[in-house]
Design a protein around this ligand. Structure first.
Ligand SMILES: Cc1cc2nc3c(=O)[nH]c(=O)nc-3n(C[C@H](O)[C@H](O)[C@H](O)COP(=O)(O)OP(=O)(O)OC[C@H]3O[C@@H](n4cnc5c(N)ncnc54)[C@H](O)[C@@H]3O)c2cc1C
Ligand code: FES
Ligand code: FES
Length: 1370
């Protein structure tokens, strides 16, 4: 079709606004996303790319559309990484820069995020702010009562939910939640955490007065007036290769689909929200895009007595709203609609639901076998669909639709109808009938953004039975989905089996048995037995409460106690208190933060906010990928190996010519003469930059594709076909067992080898009991920094190279680049300003990215940048070390351990990297208890995997965990309280000194025993143990556990450089070797400079912090910067600048004294001018070398965690954690608190959630946000209380401070141990059901203790066992 209408509109342009600024685009590739456009075509770089698949929220913006009929602006958050630019025609986009900025003033959201310490590396912050802003705006549009001044119409629960889909890897979420909650109308300011606005003891009024004011009536306008005149949907855009159509009627669409343009459907894409590409990555280009959004018939919602019909393009958010709306169009919302809406609320995230259409979801389920929730719940509700193929319109049941052959690109889903269900009266009896509907999903995250392992929905009509106490199942509809089959199904056989029967234990048991035969997870899907057990669990959960329920039906109808029975929805009262105070509970409970401020070294010790937090929130902070690209800049993407050991015979692209936009391919051949093929320097364990004919692990860089845009480079790399040949090669070594067999080990330097403590044989001989040769395994963990690896390299004059690298060690990057390019290091300048999270992953692992980028720039004589996509980052960057552990332990009957032997095989991957240091770090953490005698043997296995590297608390977290696993095992063996075993084996100071020769320090510093005691008191441990016992006795399907765990963590302070320079106007510029990676290093350094210069600050240090700026690290400006790692870089950098300040003070003091003799008041500025005149050197630099006697020291902490597990799904909820951590004299308690909470939550990820899965070739397959699940706000402790102990002064540590970056991660083992305690209870119960005496067998709880792991230990057949036990007692 080329009808006149379409010809007429052919020359149209896209018009939209970004932050009020008009944008007109006449030629654009329709596959361009809004994010790509914002980041490459506008000056707004605040919106970040974190995943590109809708799973992280870093790219969230506010999208505003104007409805000319209603004269209303509709605003919603969307993920700009999936939104196509052509679909925003006529829309207005607001990014975080649009809310406010450093010039025109920050928005209160920016200010409060900053003041509540809710931004560390800051990479997630703009997306968080926008998700929250959207919720805030929309709440203001509601008819709710006006909130008090300074607050919004949001409730606390809504404020938390607003950011539930956004990921943050640094903060641990609590402070982010507090910043958001501070806007809620029903917040109690006392419940909010540590912030820099008020002091705890101040009154509520004072607190409110200090909070940056939010005027809910004065929100910024998100839709500029000029755009209202541009509302023309009929835009067709033509670029050279492809076109975008906006049909405005079904007829229009039909003609388009019948036209030549779309002949045979090839290259045509129907699109609504385009969120489907988040899951099904698009690796091809389309010729024609047809946007269905402007067809009114597809976007209507109709409701009558028979049900609700929802157009296919209606977004999930709007569908939820419609399903919940009571009385709209004169028809009440039914409980079934509400349940469907509640379930939909857990699909994806708010910002996905706002653009994802209902139809898109169902078509993905039908066509691509997407594990949809919506298909399952609508199937149970007996929904119908309208489809159009050609001129034919069909009405089908959803079941028929799902079972059809996959829709072709010319089949359109028009609408879905959900019938209104009314209980059908059983004519033959006078019994009361009720309708039940319930939906289920078991997913790693309760609030969504996690696909379920299984989902289900059940509809049942029941009636009471006259003859006995119970109900008859008149009819049932059972739908199951997301377990690997093509689509959701109805369990018809079971439905028929149940229909018309009296419900009793026997019936339920038989039904579950039958169900298990029907709902069988398909081959190839993960955790089939677990998924199958969920099938039983869900049906049990639905029907079990109905047994013996007749009396209740007859008396007052079943209500909230039993799932699914109608509870009349109450309309909100139009009264503030009643409305806001009755709004349900939030995700998190108020938490306590106890910090003591030490003013002795003021302003060091003050909990001041993080340097640059506001500009991080407003998007003005510049990360490497935010730097504008020069005109001729190119972009690189790695082609990596998918085989562990193979010859690479060739690499081809699908087409004969170079793919779109590709400029060339950089390989080992492009290393310049004199340069070396070095990805990782031999001193760290050699790894080539590019494979040279032979690939030695899956994930190894083969070549770098260079193209005009990052997208073109990524697509070309993803489409490349590599020809491998394994002939003549041995089998790769993938496991530690294979490594042992082939003696494939790395050498451990003698000084890092574990040394025995005491005499193991003697210790064993003293033991009354022994556990011999027990095995545990620990897997890897991926960094998941929000900013992936990135570098920007620019050739400079005279054969120099300037490289901006997101790196934890620019100095090492400089070394690598110079080696690769064969040039002296002084030709290479590596600059790092800020890093969007590192966690160890941007130390050595940043080197290959920096070097490859520089090689490409050098070869092509053009600027080149690389921003790894998330998948490549996960596959190539390695992570934490997996290992296999074997232990033997001897102990007395009271739990006192007399000897421990641990043998460990570490899977180090292909090169040494950090691995030879691992034995040392594992052993030092293992020594946290007094084992009597300790003997450790560790082998570092060389395998054909990516090199594993130092991830936050490397080795320490494993060593500490192994210690806890041994303790738990001993307690279980002896059937005694595990807490008492911990207590009895804690070190005395004497034994501590024996175990930690270097770091034990003085006896006063050994605070662990008192911390351990203190945390028991502050968390009311004993009382809660009793409460938990009671809870467990009263509850069959939920069990609780509690655990107290200590942590001992040795750190070493390293050398680093620093420079402090005072400029003419008295402002101060500071350079340090340490890199700001979100850990607050710059903030502490600034405080230290202000303290260090205080002796010459004539008018006090008030306001002096503003005069200090810490600047980017530059490897040619400040040499020997060293590595930012190991938790001590902040203090070392502080020590360095303090030395500089001491030098400056020494030089300035005589000038000051002379001035003071001349005049009464000497200002700082005056002093500096005088110093200039007197030619005083106002720049001081140093290389800090720690005192050998205080280089090593021990950090202590203790935590108590309580969890609740669900025995039907294996879900673990962390109810509460209490941490006490010894920070010495904290340099900045707010920063340290952030480190403690953030590290702890990262530890929860390791212990409970994050599965780093590989295929049989060792290629990582959990390669994105869909499969790799880091903690979110709904998976952290509901209440996280932290106390920072300001312990003894220590003259040799940096102002008596201690580290906080890594040690608290170890404490997350308390959650794992508490889960084990809860599982123990579940197993006791299971054994009693099975007729055993109930005494519990010992078991190992895997790490991570995911839902399937927990459920397996609680009994995959626990439901059947329970029912059988009931039957046997009947
Ligand atoms: C991060 C994330 C998490 C998610 N989590 C869940 C979850 O937990 N549970 C769940 O059920 N879903 C989940 N989804 C899936 C989500 O619901 C779908 O991606 C979305 O509904 C698709 O709608 P869309 O408008 O974006 O479709 P698009 O992406 O625009 O289209 C999807 C497909 O359907 C076709 N199509 C769209 N509309 C029609 C139509 N009317 N007729 C014919 N063909 C059509 C398109 O051609 C395309 O092939 C998630 C998605 C994301 C991105
Ligand atoms: S970048 Fe868009 S959601 Fe992650
Ligand atoms: S502050 Fe959230 S990811 Fe770093």
């Amino acid at each position: 079709m080329e009808n006149t209408e379409q010809k007429k509109i052919k020359k149209k342009k896209l018009v939209f606004a970004v932050n009020g600024e008009r944008f007109e685009v006449s030629k654009v590739d329709p596959s361009t996303t809004l994010l790509e456009f914002l980041r490459t075509q506008t000056r707004y770089k605040g919106t970040k790319l974190g995943c590109g698949e809708g799973g992280c929220g870093a790219c969230v913006v506010l999208l505003s559309r104007y409805d000319p009929v209603l004269e209303q602006v509709e605003e919603s958050s969307v993920s700009s990484c999936l939104t196509l630019i052509c679909s925003v025609n006529g829309c207005s986009i607001t990014t975080t820069e649009g809310l406010g900025n450093s010039k025109s003033g920050f928005h209160p959201i920016h200010q409060r995020f900053s003041g509540f310490h809710a931004s560390q590396c800051g990479f997630c912050t703009p997306g968080m702010c926008m998700s929250f802003f959207s919720a805030l705006l929309n709440s203001e549009k509601s008819q709710r009562p006006d909130p008090p001044p300074g607050f919004s119409k949001l409730t606390v629960a809504e404020a938390e939910k607003a950011i539930a889909g956004n990921l943050c890897r640094c903060t641990g979420y609590r402070p982010i939640a507090d910043a958001c909650k501070s806007f809620a109308a029903n917040v109690d300011l006392e419940d909010l955490g540590l912030n820099c606005f008020w002091k705890k003891e101040e009154s509520k009024d004072v607190k409110l007065g200090k909070l940056p004011f939010y005027n809910h009536q004065n929100e910024i306008s998100t839709f500029p007036e000029f755009l209202k005149a541009e509302m023309k949907p009929k835009t067709l855009l033509d670029s050279e290769e492809c076109s975008w159509y906006n049909p405005v009627s079904i007829e229009d669409l039909h003609s388009l689909l019948e036209s030549k343009l779309t002949e045979n459907g090839a290259g045509v894409k129907l699109v609504v929200g385009n969120t489907g590409t988040g899951y099904y990555k698009e690796l091809e280009y389309y010729n024609t895009y047809i946007n269905l959004r402007h067809i009114p018939d597809l976007s209507m919602i109709k409701r009558d007595t028979t049900g609700i019909e929802i157009g296919a393009t209606v977004t999930i958010s709007k569908a939820i709203q419609a399903l919940k709306e009571d009385g709209k169009d004169g028809f009440p919302s039914t409980i079934l609609f509400k349940k469907i809406a509640d379930h939909m609320d857990k699909v994806a995230t708010v910002f996905i639901r706002n653009s994802a259409s209902l139809g898109g979801n169902l078509v993905m389920a039908q066509k691509n076998h997407f594990p949809s929730d919506i298909a399952t719940i609508l199937l149970a509700a007996g929904s119908l669909v309208d489809i159009q193929t050609g001129r034919r319109r069909l009405k089908l049941t959803l079941e028929e639709f799902l079972e059809m052959p996959p829709c072709d690109s010319k089949t359109i889903l028009l609408s879905v109808t959900i019938p209104s269900w009314e209980p059908v009266k059983n004519i033959s009896s006078e019994n009361k009938t009720e309708l039940l509907f319930e939906t289920y999903r078991a997913a790693p995250r309760p609030l969504g953004n996690a696909l379920p392992y299984l989902n289900a929905a059940f509809l049942a009509q029941i009636s009471s039975c006259i003859s006995s106490d119970g109900v008859v199942l008149e009819s049932v509809q059972l739908a199951f989905g997301a377990y690997g089959t093509k689509h959701a199904i109805r369990a018809r056989k079971v439905e028929e089996f149940l229909a018309g029967k009296f419900l009793d234990v026997g019936l339920l048991f038989e039904a579950i048995k039958l169900l298990r035969e029907i709902v069988v997870p398909e081959k190839g899907i993960s955790h089939p037995p677990y998924r199958s057990s969920l099938v039983a669990g869900f049906l049990f959960d639905f029907l079990n409460p109905l047994m013996g329920a007749r009396t209740r039906i007859l008396s007052n109808g079943l209500n909230g106690n039993i799932n699914g029975f109608a509870v009349k929805s109450s309309r909100p009262e139009n009264h503030f208190d009643q409305f806001y105070q009755t709004k349900g509970p939030g995700i998190l409970s108020p938490a306590k933060q106890l910090v003591k401020v030490n003013r002795q070294f003021h302003p060091v010790g003050e909990p001041i906010k993080k340097v640059g937090a506001e500009i991080q929130a407003s998007g003005e902070a510049v990360y490497v990928d935010d730097m504008p690209s020069p005109k001729d800049c190119l972009h690189g993407a790695f082609i990596y190996s998918t085989k562990p050991l193979a010859h690479v015979k060739g690499i081809k692209f699908n087409s004969t010519s170079l793919p779109r936009g590709v400029f060339g391919v950089i390989s080992v051949k492009d290393i310049p003469a004199g340069g070396k093929n070095i990805g990782i320097n031999p001193s760290l364990g050699y790894e080539p930059l590019f494979a040279d004919g032979l690939t030695e692990f899956a994930g190894q860089a083969l070549t770098l594709v260079v193209a005009d845009t990052q997208k073109h480079a990524d697509l070309a790399a993803a489409n490349a076909v590599v020809d491998y040949d394994t002939e003549g090669l041995d089998a790769p070594i993938l496991t530690v067992e294979e490594a042992v067999e082939k003696s494939s080990f790395f050498t451990i330097p003698p000084f890092l080898k574990p040394k025995p403590v005491g005499d193991f044989s003697k210790g064993m001989a003293e033991a009354e009991h022994k556990i011999l040769s027990e095995e545990i395994k620990l897997e890897s963990q991926y960094f998941f920094y929000m900013e992936t690896q990135t570098t920007f390299a620019m050739p400079d004059e005279d054969n120099c190279m300037v490289v901006y690298s997101s790196s934890q060690c620019p100095e090492v990057a400089q070394m690598h680049i110079a080696s690769c390019l064969g040039m002296p290091e002084h030709n290479v300048r590596v600059i790092t300003r800020r890093v969007g999270g590192g966690f160890g992953g941007k130390a050595y692992r940043a080197m290959p990215v920096a070097a490859a980028c520089a090689v490409a720039a050098h070869k092509l004589h053009r600027p080149v940048r690389i921003y790894l996509n998330r998948r490549t980052d996960i596959v190539m960057t390695g992570g934490r070390h997996p290992m296999k552990i074997n232990y033997s332990v001897g102990f007395k009957s009271n739990g006192k351990i007399t000897a421990l032997r641990v043998d460990i095989l570490i899977n180090a991957g292909i090169s040494e990297d950090f691995s030879p240091i691992m034995p040392y770090t594992i052993e030092r953490a293992l020594k946290k208890y007094d084992w009597g005698a300790l003997s450790v043997d560790i082998k570092v296995c060389k395998t054909n995997h990516t090199s594993k590297t130092a991830m936050r608390a490397p080795g320490d977290v494993q060593g500490s965990y192994i210690a806890e696993a041994v303790i738990e095992h001993v307690a279980s063996y002896l059937s005694i309280e595990v807490d008492s075993v911990r207590n009895i084996n804690l070190h005395s100071f004497e034994s501590l000194k024996l175990y930690y020769e270097k770091g034990a320090g003085e006896s006063l510093e050994y605070t662990l025993p008192s911390l351990f005691e203190k945390v028991a008191v502050s968390s009311s441990l004993q009382q809660r143990i009793a409460e938990i016992r009671h809870f467990n006795n009263c509850n069959k399907w939920r069990k609780r556990g509690i655990s107290r765990v200590p942590a001992v963590y040795e750190v070493a302070v390293r050398t680093t450089s620093g420079r402090v320079s005072i400029l003419n106007d008295g402002s101060v510029v500071v350079e340090v070797g340490g890199i700001e990676i979100g850990q607050g290093l710059w903030t502490k350094v600034k405080q230290m400079v202000a303290f260090g210069l205080s002796p010459v600050l004539c008018n006090g240090s008030e306001g002096f912090l503003e005069k200090i700026r810490v600047i980017q690290a530059d490897s040619l400006s400040l040499v020997q910067g060293g590595l930012t790692a190991g938790s001590t870089t902040s203090e070392a950098s502080c020590a360095a600048v303090r030395e500089c300040c001491d030098m400056l003070v020494e030089r300035l003091t005589p000038v000051k004294e002379r001035l003071q003799k001349q005049t009464d008041t000497v200002s700082w500025e005056m002093l500096i001018i005088q110093a200039h005149h007197q030619s005083v050197n106002l720049s001081a630099s140093t290389f800090y070398v720690p005192d050998s006697t205080s280089k090593y020291y021990l950090n202590y902490g203790a935590a108590v965690s309580e969890v609740e597990i669900d025995l039907l799904t294996g879900a673990t909820t962390i109810l509460q954690t209490d941490i006490i951590y010894d920070c010495g004299q904290s340099l900045n308690p707010a920063v340290d608190l952030g480190q403690i909470e953030g590290a702890f939550v990262q530890g929860i990820g390791f212990f409970m959630l994050e599965e780093n899965l590989t295929n049989s070739d060792g290629l990582v397959v959990s390669e994105g946000t869909w499969t790799y699940k880091i903690p979110t706000i709904d998976t952290i402790p509901k209440q996280l209380n932290v106390e920072i102990l300001n312990s003894e002064h220590h003259e040799k540590r940096v102002l008596s401070s201690k580290a906080s970056g890594e040690p608290p991660l170890l404490l997350a083992a308390s959650v794992h141990c508490a889960t084990r305690a809860a599982i123990t209870e579940a197993r006791k119960q299971l054994l009693s059901w099975k007729g055993s005496d109930g005494s519990c067998s010992t078991f190992q709880l895997k790490v991570p203790a995911t839902m399937p792991v927990v459920k397996e230990l609680c009994g995959l057949d626990n439901v059947e066992s329970y029912l059988q036990s009931l039957l046997s007692h009947q």
